[in-house]
Write a protein that binds this ligand. Structure first.
Ligand SMILES: NC(=O)c1ccc[n+]([C@@H]2O[C@H](COP(=O)([O-])OP(=O)(O)OC[C@H]3O[C@@H](n4cnc5c(N)ncnc54)[C@H](OP(=O)(O)O)[C@@H]3O)[C@@H](O)[C@H]2O)c1
Length: 268
């Protein structure tokens, strides 16, 4: 595995991280092919396979259904030095499959305390505001990042940030926090300005939806879409880790080899 500095946080993250939506939520998701949520035995195998490859970064959220709770149960059965990123602000209702949003300070504190309890941790490594699309409103009118910074001072969080959906919001988030999570893939490259700004400021960058949630793999593309995607991402030196969603150990192993190759090539 290769590890990259997560901006100025002092954390070193594997260049491939594991996204965990499919660990806990199958309603209201936009994957092009149907899937079954893995049972505990399968999930432990996925985590052990990821750990064996050297992946040390897991990305979860309250909005990913049972993901946090399941990680809390299973991570203690593994021996890897995991770094866990989770989020606040989006609430998933499993009875309807719909999300709602809340960025009030009292809610953020309760959500962080609940994530600590579910994950069985005393401190969360990374907490990101989970955007509803109104990035600037959440930062400017709710003070979400300032409140996360207070929780960091209290010792509940090591690094703060935001998973953003707009260029202006991504840049604003990078000016006020430690980490931004942005979308970048073969079909969508609009947020490069955020990656570049974050690099300049010493802010870590996670990439979400690197394979367009699986859509990059559809069609009869002769070239390797995974390698192409990772090459396109790691040409931007501000990127710390590609958070790829998968519940298939063979895919995770293949993705790791390709992420390492793209990362090394970009540093030649
Ligand atoms: N903060 C946010 O707003 C936000 C939004 C979206 C996502 N995220 C985070 O980013 C992560 C990644 O996003 P994503 O899951 O939407 O999309 P993604 O990582 O672009 O794609 C995941 C899909 O690609 C498939 N896949 C992965 N590697 C493959 C391979 N080598 N061959 C064939 N298929 C492969 C996976 O299926 P298999 O399971 O079969 O491998 C899965 O269905 C999420 O899990 C989550 O942690 C955050």
């Amino acid at each position: 595995m290769e590890f990259a500095k997560l901006g100025n946080t002092g954390l070193d993250v594997s260049v491939l991280g594991l996204g965990t939506v499919k660990f806990g939520r199958d309603l209201g998701v936009k994957y092009p092919t149907p899937f079954a949520i893995p049972d505990d035995r399968q999930l432990l195998n996925i985590l052990n396979c990821a750990a064996d490859i050297g992946i040390n970064l897991l990305d979860t959220a309250p909005a990913y259904g049972a993901s946090e709770q399941r990680l809390g149960q299973l991570l203690k059965k593994t021996s890897a030095p995991w770094l866990v990123a989770t989020k606040v602000g989006e609430i998933f209702d499993p009875s309807t499959g719909l999300s709602s949003y809340n960025y009030n300070p009292e809610f953020i504190r309760a959500s962080v305390e609940n994530s600590l309890k579910l994950l069985g941790l005393e401190q969360l490594d990374i907490v990101l505001l989970h955007s509803n699309g109104e990035d600037e409103d959440i930062i400017q009118n709710y003070g979400g990042l300032e409140f996360l910074a207070e929780l960091k001072k209290e010792g509940l969080i090591r690094a703060t940030g935001m998973s953003t959906k707009t260029v202006a919001g991504g840049i604003l988030a990078a000016s006020q926090s430690d980490v931004v999570m942005v979308t970048h893939n073969l079909d969508y490259r609009d947020e490069v300005a955020v990656i570049d700004y974050a690099e300049e400021k010493g802010v870590g960058v996670f990439i979400k939806k690197a394979l367009s949630s699986g859509n990059a793999l559809l069609g009869d593309n002769q070239a390797d879409p995974v390698q192409q995607s990772f090459d396109c991402i790691y040409q931007h030196r501000g990127v710390s880790s590609i958070i790829l969603g998968s519940i298939n150990p063979a895919h995770i192993a293949d993705n790791a080899k390709k992420a390492i190759a793209s990362y090394r090539n970009s540093r030649l």
